[in-house]
Design a protein around this ligand. Structure first.
Ligand code: ATP
Length: 437
């Protein structure tokens, strides 16, 4: 298990996550994913998409625009309701979410009872479409991807000839002008969501709600490999429900130093959104049930998670420090499917051109099947440690004997055991190993 500090430092040093526009001092709540970060993030997204779209015949995908007609946000209730309670400390002038104040004390300067009245602060970023900054062209960066799905409900229904129950899944950026972004990439102002709107016949909603809670827990444990004991589902008390929700379960991860915190919300949004869009757009968004010959607006179950929070949980969960022959070894025990690099290739001796040539040849041959890293910039022990630290499951070393026996060693990240494999079998052996995990 890693600490936040260990992960933040690893992320920066090894190219997972950088502060956005760091050379100008950064900007609060925005982060850039580096060369290894983008691979891990893509692997998390691919795993989700595979499980909820590709492996099911009742869910289809979508990629809607970030900027939508502003009426969308009036209809969805976000213009009115998507607010956080805000207070200012009169002493230090800092702003806080009212629910972050404990014992009436300023978390920054410690002043007691020096707060302004609570005001509602809308979290949506405003922007202008077109060349004239006038209110007619005012719209918002989407604070959730869900509305792109609701406004396309009829398009997808008709184009794909779907019958209830069916879902629409989407991955994309969302933006919230959070009052207090923080905890590294846990609370950002720009982040990525993976959302499913699963449309069901009213009356079957509670049963489907439970189905999705169980199914989503399975993804975290089986596919992402998160430790069972650090993940749980919790029903939200009524007073914490969002304006559209009849019931919500949160999937929480036990973050070291922070405790249980939401990584996914699974809400029963009822027919709220489709009804409101129908009212505001004047379009009929009902579903015709051929069996019962009824028209009705479906209920919707929404599993909604954040890629960045999951990325953080995956890294914390995978981080291990071990002692190997008196030295500290940092190893990311990532599920091989999630590892940014699947296989690294090294020559045992970097001053032997025949070894370098052969190692490069092997690396290039493997590139068509795997993400590969070639390295000859340090001694072999060092090269292994570098790959352990970023979670590379397999390292291949070309040694002097390889020149005569045409075989190499494959080293396993977790056991550190090595086996000798003929070069012509390396790709097949790696494929087998990766398919097993
Ligand atoms: P919180 O209570 O932590 O503010 P939320 O309940 O507002 O989160 P939802 O609206 O349910 O969050 O969004 C669904 C998911 O999107 C969350 O479970 C989380 O993983 C992700 N998410 C929401 N806000 C942020 C953020 N500011 N930064 C990163 N991820 C976020």
């Amino acid at each position: 298990m890693g600490s936040f500090d260990a992960i933040v430092s690893l992320c920066k040093q090894r190219g997972f996550v950088f502060q956005s526009s760091e050379i100008y001092g950064g900007i609060g709540g925005f982060w850039d994913y580096g060369p290894l970060g983008v691979e891990l993030k893509n692997n998390i997204k691919r795993s989700w998409w595979r499980r909820v779209v590709q492996m099911r015949d009742d869910v289809v995908g979508l990629d809607a625009a970030i900027i939508m007609n502003p009426q969308t946000w009036v209809a969805s209730g976000h213009v009115e309701e998507f607010t956080d309670p805000l207070v200012d400390c009169k002493q230090c002038k800092k702003r806080f979410r009212a629910d972050a104040i404990v014992n009436n004390t300023c978390p920054d300067c410690g002043a007691v009872g020096q707060f302004t009245d609570v005001r509602k602060f809308n979290l949506m970023f405003k922007t202008y479409v077109g060349p004239v900054e006038e209110s007619a062209a005012l719209t918002y960066l989407r604070p959730e991807t869900a509305q792109g799905i609701f406004v396309n409900f009829q398009n997808v229904l008709i184009a794909m000839r779907k019958k209830l129950p069916f879902g629409i899944a989407q991955i994309g950026k969302a933006f919230r002008n959070e009052i207090t972004p923080g905890d590294f990439i846990f609370r950002d102002r720009e982040f990525e969501q993976m959302e499913i709107e699963y449309f069901v016949k009213p009356g079957t909603d509670e049963q489907w709600h439970h189905h999705w809670v169980e199914e989503r827990l399975r993804w975290y444990i089986e596919d992402l490999g998160l430790r069972k004991e650090r993940i749980r589902a919790r029903a939200l008390p009524k007073e914490d429900l969002a304006h559209y929700s009849k019931a919500t379960f949160e999937i929480e991860y036990d973050f070291p130093g922070k405790g249980w915190a939401e990584i996914e919300g699974i809400a029963n949004r009822t027919d709220y959104d489709l009804k409101r869009h129908s009212q505001y757009s004047g379009k009929d968004l009902t579903y015709f049930d051929e069996e019962t010959k009824e028209h009705y607006i479906p209920y919707v179950i929404e599993p909604s998670c954040g890629v960045d929070r999951i990325f953080l949980a995956v890294l914390l969960d995978a981080y291990h420090e071990e002692e190997v022959r008196g030295e500290k070894r940092v190893v990311l025990k990532l599920k091989p499917q999630l590892a940014p690099i699947k296989v690294a290739v090294f020559p045992l001796l970097r001053n032997r051109p025949e070894l370098v040539r052969k190692a490069k040849e092997i690396a290039n041959a493997l590139r068509k099947d795997f993400t590969v890293w070639y390295d000859d910039t340090a001694a072999i022990g060092r090269l292994y440690r570098r790959q352990d630290e970023i979670g590379t499951p397999y390292c291949i070393t070309v040694d002097v004997q390889s020149l005569t026996d045409n075989a190499v060693t494959i080293r396993d990240r977790d056991t550190m055991l090595q086996e000798r494999v003929p070069i012509e079998r390396v790709a097949a052996v790696l494929k087998e190993k990766l398919a097993e995990c």
